[in-house]
Structures are given as C-alpha cells and as structure tokens.
Design a binder for this molecule. Structure first.
Ligand SMILES: Nc1nc2c(c(=O)[nH]1)N[C@H]1C(S)=C(S)[C@@H](COP(=O)(O)O)O[C@H]1N2
Ligand SMILES: [Mo]
Length: 453
C-alpha cells in the first residue's frame, strides 16, 4: 500500500504545529478538572508552546525567531478572496483530496460488481457525507430519470397501484437517522485476513438522515391484506434483479421507508436515486436501490439473494438463512490501522458503535488487549439503529498497546470476541462478523490490524 492510499488521519502526518509533548502533559493533568477547563487549558497550553502566550497577554512575541506562520501575514489576510461559489455543487478543500472511498486492495476489482469502502478513520460525528457513502453494486449504478421511474405495489392488496416519484413526494414524509451496513462488512477477517485499515475492515458502513414515506402508508393506500400478507418482496430496477423478502412486522411498525432523500438532498445515484428501501437494523442487501416494486405475499420468497447469497455457513456445513439483523458491533477509528502516533502522550481514542436491535447502551475500551476495560463517553445524539460516536481520553506511554472496543446494546447483548463468534460460527463464514476488533500500536507509533486468538 502506498502512502497515497492511506487516507489522512488526524494522527497520521505530523503537522508543523503539533502540540509538543510537554504541553500535552499539562493539558492532560488539567483535563481531569472537566471538559470546559480542558478546552480552555488546551488553548493556553497550545499557545504557550508558540508565540501565542505573549500574544494573549499583549506583549511582544518572546519566541526566538518566531513562528513564520504567525509573523508573515499570509495572502488570505491581505488580498481579496474568491467570489461566491455558485459555479456548481460545493466541494471539499483541496487539502482534503486524500479523503476518498476506495476499493479494497484484497478484493477483485470488477467495477460493476464491486464495493467502495467509506474512509471511517477520517470521519467525525455520526453522519457519512453522501459523497463518501460506501457503495455496493451487483451490476453497476444508474442515474435514472425520476420522471420515468415508477413504483408499483401488487400481490395481496385490494388495489394494485402505481406511484410516480412526484406522487410519492406529496405524501406525509418522515426523516430518520440510520446506519446501513453490508452483511459482508468485516467478512475477510473471518478467515484471519487482516486488511490494513479501518476503511477496509469496517468501511461497508455508513449513516445518513433518510427522508421518505413509510412503506406501510403505501401498502394501506393499496388496500393491503394484513391477515394473509406476512411478507413483502422488494425489487430493484437495475439489471441485478435484486429482490429481498422483508417481514411484514418490520413494515407495520412504520420503520421501513421508501426513501427519496439522504442528508438533506435527493438520494445520490450510487445509493439508489430516485427511490430506495430503508430497512433500519437490517443488513444492506435488503435496502433495495432503484426500488420499483413491492409485492405482498404469505411466505418468504427465497430469491437468489437470500437462497444462495447472504447466508451463514455454519461449522457443521449447514447454512443459516435470513439472519438479517445486524447485531451490536463497534470499532475504534482512531488510532486504527495505517495511522501513526507521533509521540507518546495524550490521545483521544474515538470510534463508532451500532446495533440493529436498538440503541447502544455502553462502549468499553481496552488498551491492553482486553485485560482491563474503561467505559467511553457516548456522544449525543444516541439514536436507535444509528451510529453512535464514542470518545475516551488516553495517555500513551510509548509501549506496544492493543486497542479494542466492546459495545453493549439496550437489549443487554454484548459484542462478542473472535473466539466466542468462531465457537458458534466456525471460520469459513463471510457474512455477519461483529467480533471485537484489535489494533496494535507498535513502539514506533505505527498501528496494525491484528487478531487475538
Ligand atoms: N437494486 C439494487 N439494490 C441494492 C444493491 C444492488 O446491487 N442493486 N446492493 C445491495 C447491497 S448488497 C448493499 S450492501 C446495499 C449498498 O447500498 P449503498 O450502495 O447505497 O451503500 O444496497 C443493496 N441494494
Ligand atoms: Mo451487501
């Protein structure tokens, strides 16, 4: 892997003004006084290392030579900036061009039947910017003309119905934050293949605010027979003939949406424009893109994408079907594989936790390979079937450390270790790997993906 391929993490490159270790120690000591103090003293400590302390007191800069980034007035403080950015869709800073979704070096790279992974190690908060949302296409993506797209409801309904996209958009809508995770996320690791970065180990995961119409509203408009109609088959309009069975219980709860928008704008074409099914908590394959039809039936359909693919091979050679809910899982995104810690001292351990069964209740973090655990701070909002951001203070002593996170959801389910998962599932599975992830911080600061047996 080249340097170019390692997406920029906050700890990967040494910016010239990185806080000196001495200052960090002061900051950490003061951090115990609470967060508010921490921010204030972090600022004080940071300026104390450069010319800023004196600046704050109104005295001349005492640092020998001075910091040219402060002393030399930059162009942007003197000249006229650029005009309003009305020349098309806004773009990230050119200094962030390394932040990209990428195909895994270890997977076959057939563009139309492939995956691009989201750069989890460089994202903040819980929302995935739409241009960095992971992609999984079985037969390529399309930019479908919404005026020609139709959505049909048939099967066990009184009035088989067809909706245009504009008709759907006239109906009462809801907006909800949810994660989507491909059932194959972290799949390589079942066979002990340690892919280099969090992007490739966990990046078939994204989280957005989706807007759309609850599917139950559309079924009711069509006069659904809920007595006999226990399942729905969802079908996409692309050439992959993607069809998946959704149990009616998920639909009557009002959770399943026919979505047209993502993060405040219409869906991106890669993510199913103009319509996609949102099935909170369920593996990505059921979130059918380019959604064109739902059929109400009385039994599961056992379509190719559920009778041949997306099943779990068990150690006795049997296959487990319809294990669709994404169980509670978490991953530390910094420090994570491919990043480099610059020096011993203070670091903010941060990561993501999620559960297909509800809210995340707690996340414990270990820096010694699971011998001792501390509870991380869960940042708000903590939402159901949504990514939750966690953070924990850590002072690295410069010795090798193994960093892990272990999430617990509101049902009381605790994220299992590899040993626990393999005892039930063996090691030849592909899908539904929610094992605890381990990152080894080496003495030289380089972070590696490792598995503890
Ligand atoms: N029509 C259609 N829907 C689809 C797919 C597809 O190839 N075609 N891929 C599925 C799979 S396997 C996943 S993991 C998710 C990926 O959604 P994304 O590309 O928006 O991340 O879409 C699902 N829905
Ligand atoms: Mo998937």
């Amino acid at each position: 892997m080249t340097q170019e391929e390692v997406p920029f993490g906050r700890v990967q490159k040494a910016p010239e003004n990185f806080i000196a270790p001495e200052a960090v120690k002061t900051v950490f000591a003061q951090a115990k006084n609470g967060r508010r103090d921490f921010i204030r003293s972090a600022f004080a400590a940071a300026v104390a290392t450069g010319g800023g302390a004196a600046l704050a007191q109104g005295n001349p800069v005492p640092v020998e030579g001075g910091d040219p980034n402060i002393l030399n007035l930059p162009e942007h403080s003197k000249g006229l900036g650029q005009g309003v950015a009305t020349d098309g869709y806004g773009k990230p800073s050119k200094y962030e061009s390394n932040l990209q979704r990428r195909q895994s070096p270890g997977l076959t790279q057939t563009a139309q039947s492939s995956v691009s992974f989201a750069p989890l190690q460089s994202l903040f908060g819980i929302v995935t910017p739409s241009g960095l949302h992971f992609e999984r296409h079985h037969q390529g993506w399309w930019d479908i003309d919404p005026s020609k797209h139709r959505f049909m409801v048939n099967g066990l309904v009184k009035r088989p119905s067809v909706f245009t996209v504009s008709e759907l958009m006239r109906l009462p809508s809801v907006s909800r934050f949810h994660f989507i995770e491909c059932g194959a996320n972290t799949g390589m690791e079942w066979g002990n293949v340690a892919v280099p970065t969090a992007q490739y180990s966990h990046g078939m995961l994204s989280c957005s605010e989706f807007t759309g119409v609850p599917l139950i509203t559309l079924l009711e408009l069509a006069g659904v027979d809920l007595k006999n109609g226990k399942f729905v088959l969802a079908e996409g309009a692309d050439g992959s003939s993607m069809t998946r069975t959704i149990p009616m219980s998920l639909i009557t709860s009002g959770e399943v949406l026919v979505a047209y928008a993502q993060n405040g704008e219409m869906l991106r074409p890669e993510n199913g424009y103009p319509l996609r099914l949102v099935v909170p908590g369920v593996q990505g394959v059921s979130w059918v893109k380019y959604l064109r039809r739902v059929e109400v039936g009385d039994k599961p359909y056992a379509s190719k994408d559920e009778a041949v693919h997306y099943m779990d091979l068990l150690p006795d050679g049997q296959h487990r079907q319809y294990s669709s809910i994404q169980e509670c899982k978490s991953v530390v995104t910094t420090p994570s594989g491919g990043q480099v810690l610059l020096d011993s001292g203070f670091y903010n351990i941060t990561g993501l936790a999620w559960s297909g069964r509800g809210k995340v209740k707690r996340v414990d973090v270990s820096v010694d390979g699971g011998q001792n655990w501390r509870s991380a701070r869960l940042e708000t909002p903590v939402l159901s079937k949504c990514l939750t951001r966690f953070n924990l203070d850590w002072v690295w002593d410069g010795k090798p450390a193994i960093i892990q996170s272990r999430a617990t959801d509101e049902t009381g389910y605790v994220q299992p270790s590899y040993r626990q998962n393999r005892a039930v599932r063996g090691s030849r599975s592909i899908y539904h790997n929610n094992s605890i992830q381990s990152w080894l911080v080496q003495e030289n600061g380089e972070v590696k993906n490792v598995q503890l047996s």
